[in-house]
Write a protein that binds this ligand. Structure first.
Ligand SMILES: [Zn+2]
Ligand SMILES: [Zn+2]
Length: 325
């Protein structure tokens, strides 16, 4: 099968011909149709996450078709848990001590085939095409968990208007919230994009919003945004860091946290998040803005994501060749 392989961090993915993987007990062999490109893939690529499987096939927003029965499923980041550590038993399988993650500890979807533990696969609602569904599986899902942990406040700030934020803005609007979008300073195109998806205000991240926010979610992996977001939220407001990695957070005066403001991170997902979010996304209905790349162009997709040149979500159209016959 064709695959793009990470041999070691910071070296371009290598196009390779690999043997088709074999499904073990409880696993399903999937023909990959599409696979979303996530900011986390770049963190693995850059060596910012410890001890990846190497060589590795990246990719954890997989829409695949079961080879055995043709059923369509989604494969997310959470690939396996032990089911009996203190976190699993407390309903926090996202924090499982022995969790394995797709496209990090387990080979992912930058390939024609993948095997996945069937207990961790999701049914994908019919209304989403393969391309539309891929970004829901991490950008949407992690965004959704972040939104839940941000509380029920009406005025929501989103820092970094990429694949997660453009989906969560739609969910937040559906829930009757008001969205304030922050992009890189000077990114007027990104701000226009955010307004088109229902943000009532969009500006650069160093700007203050026109009103105090009830909560903010930081999607960009930039620690310097933390004090900016704390400054923008009201007393007892919540700031959620949604990414798996961030540059260092600069020191800031205690008064930014004072008055019961809260700062927290979000890690991974539970299967419950996935089921709840996919059902909600179908009701909204979420429309992902997708920029497609061939499997062989995965390196270009990653570099475009790094430099902020993807509008919405980047998705590898892995089955493109077979679709074209
Ligand atoms: Zn566990
Ligand atoms: Zn991801």
């Amino acid at each position: 099968m064709r695959a793009m392989v990470l041999d070691s961090p910071r070296t371009p993915l290598r196009p390779a011909e690999l043997p088709e993987p074999e499904a073990g007990p409880g696993e399903v062999l999937l023909r990959v149709r599409t696979c979303g490109v996530c900011r986390t893939d770049l963190h693995v690529f850059d060596g910012e996450l410890p001890r990846p499987k190497l060589p590795l096939v990246l990719g954890h927003q997989i829409v695949g078709e079961a080879v055995e029965d043709g059923g369509r499923v989604g494969v997310p980041w959470l690939g396996w848990t032990d089911g009996d550590c203190r976190y699993c038993r407390a309903g926090l399988e996202n924090l499982c001590d022995r969790a394995r993650f797709t496209g990090y500890h387990l080979d992912g979807g930058y390939a024609e085939y993948v095997v996945a533990d069937e207990r961790f696969c999701f049914a994908v609602p019919d209304r989403f095409s393969d391309l539309q569904a891929a970004p829901l599986l991490c950008a949407g899902l992690i965004g959704y968990r972040s939104l839940r942990l941000a509380g029920d406040g009406e005025r929501l700030g989103l820092y970094g208007f990429g694949s997660s934020a453009h989906i969560i803005a739609q969910v937040a609007r559906h829930e009757g919230r008001r969205v304030f979008a922050f992009t890189r300073d000077g990114d007027t195109e990104g701000q226009e994009f955010a307004r088109g998806l229902g943000a009532e205000w969009a500006g650069g991240s160093s700007e203050q919003p026109p009103e105090e926010l009830d909560a903010a979610i930081i999607f960009a992996p930039v620690g310097a945004l933390v004090p900016l977001a704390l400054r923008a939220v009201r007393k007892a407001g919540v700031v959620v860091c949604a990414g798996i990695h961030m540059s260092d957070i600069p020191s800031f005066p205690y008064e930014l946290l004072w008055e019961e403001r809260m700062l927290r991170s979000v890690a991974n997902l539970t299967r419950r998040d996935g089921e709840d979010f996919l059902a909600l996304a179908a009701r909204v209905p979420v429309r992902s803005e997708v920029q497609t790349f061939a499997l062989e162009d995965a390196n270009e997709a990653l570099e475009r994501l790094r430099s902020g040149r993807v509008r919405g979500a980047a998705v590898l159209d892995v089955a493109e060749r077979s679709r074209e016959g």
